[in-house]
Ligand binder design. Structure first.
Ligand SMILES: *[C@@H]1O[C@H](CO)[C@@H](O)[C@H](O)[C@H]1NC(C)=O
Ligand SMILES: *[C@@H]1O[C@H](CO)[C@@H](O)[C@H](O)[C@H]1NC(C)=O
Ligand SMILES: *[C@@H]1O[C@H](CO)[C@@H](O)[C@H](O)[C@H]1NC(C)=O
Ligand SMILES: *[C@@H]1O[C@H](CO)[C@@H](O)[C@H](O)[C@H]1NC(C)=O
Length: 163
């Protein structure tokens, strides 16, 4: 695991130093004003921050809508964040996402304490499986990894996979 983790932490360094937002606008095309995609995004922005904040892991994924307007989304807060800060950060991320990646169907927004990605392509299975497996195995080994550092690890892993 150390072999994998080390490069990931190196990748995270520039991010950890910045407050953000820091965006990556994908190449998945654009949506138009008043489109179904925009409506789906709006719905997602009203549910996903709360969903992530209410999970003890401060992490949530969601899929909304149908092709061609389907949206896959992932929201995650840093381990040292709390529920209210998490929800606020993710709500801001949706707003900033629309500003920083105007009409982009695929956007990733990073802050010091949270990150959000939504996309019209499914980036979830491989990344989430991989990250959760790592977290689960760290639990199994129970190497004095508390819940905070587990979340921190997950945050790091997911970030590094997206980046
Ligand atoms: C929290 O998130 C994990 C991972 O997505 C999920 O397995 C779990 O069911 C969620 N818990 C709640 C209470 O939503
Ligand atoms: C949550 O975190 C924010 C930002 O660090 C802090 O201002 C706030 O007091 C915290 N709230 C609780 C309930 O701990
Ligand atoms: C795992 O760690 C916790 C906290 O340190 C401890 O209470 C628990 O007994 C440990 N579980 C196992 C299976 O070692
Ligand atoms: C996690 O971090 C919070 C805020 O820094 C702290 O209050 C809490 O005790 C920590 N939990 C563990 C298990 O270390």
């Amino acid at each position: 695991m150390a072999v994998v983790i080390l490069p990931l932490f190196l990748l995270l360094l520039p991010f950890a130093a910045a407050q953000g937002p820091w965006q990556y606008c994908g190449t998945g095309g654009t949506y138009t004003s008043n489109s179904i995609y925009q409506a789906n995004l709006k719905l997602l922005s009203s549910t996903l921050p709360k969903k992530a904040a209410s999970n003890t892991t401060l992490f949530a994924t969601d899929t909304i809508g149908n092709l061609p307007d389907i949206i896959f989304a992932l929201a995650l807060c840093r381990g040292d964040s709390n529920a209210s800060a998490c929800e606020g950060c993710l709500a801001t991320a949706f707003q900033d996402g629309e500003q920083l990646c105007p009409y982009s169907r695929d956007a990733s927004i990073y802050y010091h304490s949270c990150m959000l990605r939504f996309s019209n392509t499914n980036f979830l299975p491989t990344m989430v499986d991989q990250s959760w497996k790592t977290v689960e195995s760290s639990h199994k080994f129970n190497t004095s990894i508390d819940s905070n550092s587990t979340r921190q690890l997950l945050f790091t892993l997911i970030n590094s996979v997206i980046l």
